[in-house]
Design a protein around this ligand. Structure first.
Ligand SMILES: NC(=O)c1ccc[n+]([C@@H]2O[C@H](COP(=O)([O-])OP(=O)(O)OC[C@H]3O[C@@H](n4cnc5c(N)ncnc54)[C@H](O)[C@@H]3O)[C@@H](O)[C@H]2O)c1
Length: 261
């Protein structure tokens, strides 16, 4: 592997403070990109930017709420005024929500759609003009296996993640003539704070401890384990690399075979 595939490039990563977003930020830094880390969690986001700088690149932590158009626009403008280009956008900011359908409130439904789908839309829109003018760029939207299959109590989350796949296809068609690729990744269960919180809250509902619930979920897939965040980041990096220049509009399962099975 060429360790500097993204030298001189600029990557914006949302949800960079934790989990998959953090792993993506560090991976792009390791491979030479300058990084704009966007997240609501200021201390953890600063820590990610510092970890990126350890690879000798420039990295900034920008406090951004992906549901707020002005906040997203400001973060992209700060990135552009610093580096004058955006080569990669990874939209990893997201939340999980689970409730039986009769108990899923309209507010919960709207919140999960707002962060997981509207947030992705706003970020795609905010970088589109720049990438079209550059005639280059890669957008990688983090959907989920829940966008392709589903479980009970996941109406809001699943809908948001299926929406990301539809959004990705449409944006891919619109930006393809400009040499910009747009793809989605559908991770399976990945060991992050999100999954640990889900385990702690849903486990007891199923009569399981958090650890038991995690083990049950790991056994869902043929590989019988969860992903590590860096295993998702590696595929994200491939989608931003020259090796995938002719690949667009796809929603790639990185799930140990879960959806297939
Ligand atoms: N972990 C999994 O098993 C898994 C599986 C499939 C898909 N995903 C998706 O991957 C993405 C990352 O998940 P993760 O597991 O790394 O979660 P995480 O909770 O570890 O990290 C999510 C990050 O998003 C940030 N965030 C939340 N709302 C935000 C907002 N409005 N504006 C800006 N930042 C915001 C949080 O502060 C956090 O740092 C999410 O979209 C999630 O739905 C995760």
């Amino acid at each position: 592997m060429n360790p500097k595939r993204f030298a001189e490039q600029v990557a914006i990563i949302t949800g960079a403070a934790n989990g998959i977003g953090r792993a993506c930020a560090v991976r792009f830094a390791e491979e030479g990109a300058n990084i704009a880390c966007l997240d609501l969690n200021e201390p953890a986001n600063e820590a990610t930017a510092a970890a990126c700088r350890d690879y000798g690149v420039e990295a900034i932590a920008l406090t951004c709420n992906v549901t707020d158009p002005a906040s997203v626009q400001a973060a992209v403008e700060t990135t552009l005024s610093r580096w004058q280009r955006v080569d990669v956008l990874v939209t990893s900011a997201g939340i999980h929500a689970s409730a039986p359908l009769p108990e899923l409130s309209l507010a919960q439904w709207q919140r999960v759609l707002n962060v997981n789908l509207t947030g992705v839309f706003l970020c795609n829109q905010a970088v589109a003009k720049t990438m079209m003018a550059q005639k280059s760029g890669s957008i990688i939207n983090i959907s989920s296996m829940a966008g392709k299959t589903s479980w009970p109590h996941e109406a809001g989350y699943s809908s948001s993640k299926s929406g990301v796949i539809g959004l990705t296809r449409s944006v891919a068609m619109e930006l393809a003539p400009f040499g910009v690729t747009v793809n989605a990744i559908c991770p399976g269960n990945t060991l992050t704070d999100m999954v640990r919180h889900v385990a702690e809250s849903i486990g007891p509902r199923d009569g399981l401890t958090g650890e038991e619930w995690l083990q049950m979920r790991a056994n869902d897939c043929p590989m019988k384990r969860m992903a590590e965040p860096w295993e998702i980041a590696g595929v994200v990096a491939f989608l931003a690399s020259k090796d995938s220049r002719y690949l667009t509009g796809q929603a790639i399962e990185v799930d140990g075979g879960l959806v297939m099975s």
